[in-house]
Design a protein around this ligand. Structure first.
Ligand code: MTE
Ligand code: MO
Length: 508
């Protein structure tokens, strides 16, 4: 057998050390920012999503609950093997930059799955990008030290630097563990919580069998996420309290247990963001379980002169909600479960507000801790201070989701499908217009109530070539969506969504 080549060993050492630093720094930063997953976990999730679903099922049936740790271990080993190769290449630093690129792609895909907008994807890039820079710097340092290692002293210096870099990687990894502990412990508390709620199965007939549409009920980890929290609040339910005060007869202070002990109400509701552009995806539908706000306010005894509730989250975000929306017959909830499970941390664990019919920025406080009964004239909230409207009822909207601009259906019968919503009122009808022709009525799926989105579809005959489909919805008061295009500021977008796609010819 050949003796190991010391030259190859030191080259591999340069690459592997830099790769270790990179991974440790990336994970530590993600833990510091309290992200749900770091870049390594995001790569594992990306592999799971890109792999054929049969392969994923086979793998899970083979290894059971070990799927995630095994996949992450494979990602780490793979990344170390690739970093080792960097030590042998003239432009090895580029290999590390490439690894950082894969990590960036994965975290963006993760952010995209959650439908984040604006700043969040940029924040998610901080760990992979900073880690790449640190990794490349270590790589160059080690590579130069190795090139200078022509004598005994030089070799010693090289080994000393390699050891220091290794120590740095270890320290970053430990730091990451330490910073991650608060998130892990709340994650564990959440996993152990057994709430007496129902699972919220999708009602029969609500989900159309059209590929590219849905799901009608959006799982928590795919639900759009919007908040100003740079690092997500971590709250142990045992430490949580809700104070209801202000213009009331008696201040109410509720623990998590107090809340669970109250009568439980469960409802389907579609939550939408005021920043959702026409055709946008800042909207989701879920099964919420909680206590009716109306009952709690009645318990506190509301002063008849009050017209608003100022809601505050544990991180100081605020919104003002009309008191009638919290006290009328709708199921405005102090919610503790989403789709039959404790709220995901990103969606407000342990408790958030859900008010059907109002945009999130005036109603849906996550990590809620304070409800002050007050008057609109006396308050300013986070977004109203920044030029958004005081009132934010959700506007009637509809979207074409199928075909998407990437689809190229074959000529002949083509299924057009999408969804529409008019919370509080309900959708009466949806029509599409193909290539400027007549408006065609679409088939509507069933809905359990008027506060959820409804799926629709319609098959049309289309020849090969480019097409444009416009959609509009009419609510149950007979109001048809306005075609006037307005932007999202100050109280939500209006206008008709349209889809442009190409139909290919069937022959040849
Ligand atoms: N604490 C807190 N709650 C918040 C926000 C926020 O920034 N902080 N954003 C609101 C906005 S603008 C929306 S659209 C919804 C989004 O809820 P989701 O992230 O669960 O989809 O949360 C609302 N609740
Ligand atoms: Mo929002």
């Amino acid at each position: 057998m050949k003796k190991p080549d010391p030259d190859a060993f030191s080259r591999a050492l340069v690459g592997v050390s830099a790769g270790m630093v990179m991974m440790a720094v990336a994970e530590a930063l993600a833990a510091l920012l309290r992200f749900r997953v770091g870049p390594l976990g995001a790569v594992a999730e990306l592999i799971r999503d890109l792999a054929p679903s049969d392969a994923v099922k086979g793998f899970i049936s083979l290894v059971g609950a070990w799927d995630k740790p095994l996949l992450i271990a494979a990602v780490v080993l793979g990344a170390l093997a690739v970093s080792a190769s960097a030590g042998f290449l003239r432009w090895g630093a580029l290999v590390l930059v490439g690894l950082g690129g894969v990590g960036s792609w994965a975290v963006l895909a993760e952010a995209g799955r959650a439908g984040e907008s604006g700043t969040a994807p940029l924040a998610s890039l901080v760990p992979p990008v900073v880690a790449s820079a640190v990794g490349v710097a270590c790589f160059q340092l080690l590579r130069e030290a190795r090139a200078d290692a022509v004598d005994r002293a030089g070799r010693r210096r090289f080994l000393r630097i390699a050891a220091l870099v290794g120590l740095g990687a270890g320290a970053a990894a430990l730091g990451g563990r330490w910073w991650g502990r608060a998130r892990r412990s709340v994650e564990e508390v959440r996993a152990r919580l057994r709430l007496d709620v129902s699972a919220g199965r999708v009602p029969a007939g609500a989900e159309l069998d059209v590929e590219g549409l849905g799901p009608w009920r959006v799982p928590g980890d795919r639900f759009y996420r919007i908040d100003t929290a740079f690092s997500v609040p971590l709250i142990d339910p045992d430490d949580w309290e809700l104070r209801i005060h202000g213009m009331v007869d008696r201040t109410l202070t509720l623990s998590f247990e107090d809340l669970l002990a109250r009568e439980r109400t469960e409802a389907w509701a579609t939550l939408a963001c005021v920043s959702n552009e026409v055709g946008g995806n800042l909207i989701g539908n879920a099964w919420w379980s909680g206590t009716r706000v109306a009952d709690l306010l009645a318990e506190a005894g509301v002063d008849p002169d009050a017209d608003a509730v100022l809601q505050t989250s544990s991180d100081g975000w605020t919104c003002g909600t009309p008191i009638e929306a919290l006290t009328d017959e709708r199921d405005a909830l102090v919610a503790y479960a989403m789709n039959g499970e404790p709220l995901p941390i990103e969606h407000g664990f342990p408790v958030r507000m859900i008010v059907p019919g109002l945009y999130g920025y005036v109603s849906a406080t996550k990590w809620v801790v304070d409800l002050e009964v007050t008057r609109f004239a006396d308050i300013e909230a986070y977004w109203t201070r920044r030029g958004w409207s005081e009132r934010g009822p959700i506007k009637t909207q509809s979207r074409v989701l199928v075909p998407s601009s990437r689809d190229t259906p074959g000529a002949g019968e083509v299924v057009i499908a999408g969804d529409a919503w008019a919370q509080r009122t309900g959708i009466d009808g949806v029509e599409i217009q193909v290539d400027g022709g007549d408006w065609l009525r679409c088939d509507l799926a069933q809905v359990p109530n008027r506060d959820t989105w409804v799926q629709w579809s319609r098959a049309v005959h289309l020849a090969a070539g480019d097409h444009v489909v416009v959609v509009r919805a009419t609510d149950r008061t007979g109001q048809t969506q306005t075609s006037t295009r307005v932007g999202v500021v100050p109280d939500g977008a209006t206008g008709w969504d349209e889809a442009r796609f190409t139909v290919r010819s069937r022959e040849a």
